[in-house]
Ligand binder design. Structure first.
Ligand SMILES: Cc1ncc(COP(=O)(O)O)c(C=O)c1O
Length: 416
């Protein structure tokens, strides 16, 4: 739901970017079905990606639209010229909560998922002998902070092996829960894996963890800005994310959402004045010294930009494009998709391998032949190729990528 709450709260008339977002919202008020190409063609004009590039790697970093970059620059110029009084945190929290749900009071704003996970792992008071259950589909940014904390506190890590492609949610739940033991202190898993784009059954896992007194910490680097969601409904005590991915916020904008109890309990990794004032709740953890304020301002602009289009429209378009891409990929002989079949178990990512074709060679070929940007999942030696679809992509771009991938599967990769 698009709201204009920021216009007054940010001093309205003196800022250009809120009016620019409002103008976009007005232009985009009608249409916007998942296959409404004229509508999405217009959305594509909000981005700086040149026409001769096909960016299919939003899973690594989302390109900010022009209006977000303008908000960042406008704030930096104001700081340099007139030293305005800080960030309107309440506006940032409300705008973020409009996109990811949750209570605005529960948000902390680190620089990325890695930092959010570091705050979580360092803040929970791990004890020697505690065990942390995780999976073999976690990103370094989600799990290394836990490995470092475990080493420091002489805790252990247990890695559950997930099926890929996962046949159903129960198989995922059983795999994670099967690794839980009497000494399990925390379960740390992705909401959506970066490897295959698989959605884990976090709600069911959260119910089991709560009844066993185990902390559930979720690496939510991907779903915010990709899927309509509500962090409260998802479950878990802490949810870490990187709005510079699917929320299209500027680089270096992170999120950590805390359940009510942890807003008072989490020990700060970065402490400044007020860190021990529990009446501040989660906000005491936002006291981090001097920060680049243009990041939360850019995050606010990005959240308002997404709201102007509408998360339901965005999710439908992301899924439509991924479905179109996946259909093309699945029609290629020798290509195996490792992302689950069921729509509710995936979103805007699809991963695959091709018999006899190395993904890194395919990646170089796609980049050379048509400036297609992709991501190879070399982690855990999987060797898959991952593609992402977001609102600035088009069916024509996907046709071109699928055509090149199909040729490579049939004829091999031409010599460099
Ligand atoms: C699932 C997951 N977690 C964590 C990260 C790390 O994100 P950041 O570099 O923003 O900390 C990524 C980055 O790709 C990711 O995909």
């Amino acid at each position: 739901m698009y709201r204009r709450h920021f216009l007054t709260a940010l001093g309205g008339a003196s800022l250009a970017w809120p009016r620019a977002v409002a103008a976009l919202a007005d232009r985009l008020a009608g249409g916007g079905a998942a296959d409404d190409e004229p509508f999405w063609d217009e959305v594509r004009t909000h981005f700086l990606i040149p026409d001769d590039r096909i960016y299919l790697n939003n899973g690594t970093l989302g390109p900010s639209p022009r209006v977000v970059l303008d908000a960042v620059m406008e704030h930096q110029e104001r700081v340099a010229a007139t030293f305005p009084p800080g960030v309107a945190w309440d506006d940032v929290k409300r705008a973020v909560s409009d996109i990811v749900g949750g209570d605005p009071d529960g948000f902390v704003f680190p620089r990325n998922t890695t930092e959010a996970m570091t705050f979580a792992a360092n803040g929970i008071d791990l004890l020697p002998g505690d065990d942390i259950v995780t999976t073999d589909h976690e990103h370094i940014g989600g799990i290394e902070p836990w490995k470092a904390a475990a080493q420091k506190h002489r805790a252990t890590i247990t890695v559950a092996s997930l099926p890929a492609p996962a046949p159903d949610r129960d198989a995922l739940l059983d795999a994670v829960w099967g690794a839980v033991r009497a000494d399990t202190r925390a379960v740390v898993v992705s909401h959506m894996t970066f490897t295959t784009g698989t959605v884990l059954p976090i709600r069911a896992l959260s119910d089991r963890c709560s009844s066993a007194g185990i902390l559930l910490v979720v690496d939510g680097a991907h779903p915010p800005g990709m899927l309509s969601l509500d962090v409260d409904e998802i479950g878990g005590e802490m949810y870490a994310s990187s709005p510079h991915k699917w929320m299209l916020a500027p680089q270096g904008t992170g999120l950590l959402y805390l359940s009510p109890a942890w807003r008072e309990r989490l020990h700060p990794t970065l402490a400044s004045g007020g860190w021990d004032d529990l009446s501040l709740g989660a906000h005491r953890l936002n006291h981090m010294g001097t920060i680049d304020e243009s990041r939360p301002v850019g995050l606010l602009a990005a959240a308002d930009y997404l709201a102007a289009i509408g998360m339901e429209r965005i999710e439908a378009r992301v899924r439509y494009l991924r479905g179109y891409l996946e259909e093309g990929l699945r029609s290629i002989d020798g290509l195996s998709v490792v992302t689950p079949d069921a729509e509710e178990m995936k979103g805007g990512l699809v991963s695959f391998s091709i018999d006899g074709v190395e993904s890194s060679a395919l990646q170089r070929h796609l980049s050379r032949a048509a400036r297609v940007r992709t991501r190879v999942i070399a982690e855990y030696e999987y060797g898959w190729m991952r593609l992402s679809t977001h609102i600035y992509n088009s069916p024509a771009q996907i046709d071109r990528a699928v055509e090149l991938i199909g040729e490579a599967a049939r004829n091999g990769i031409p010599a460099e």
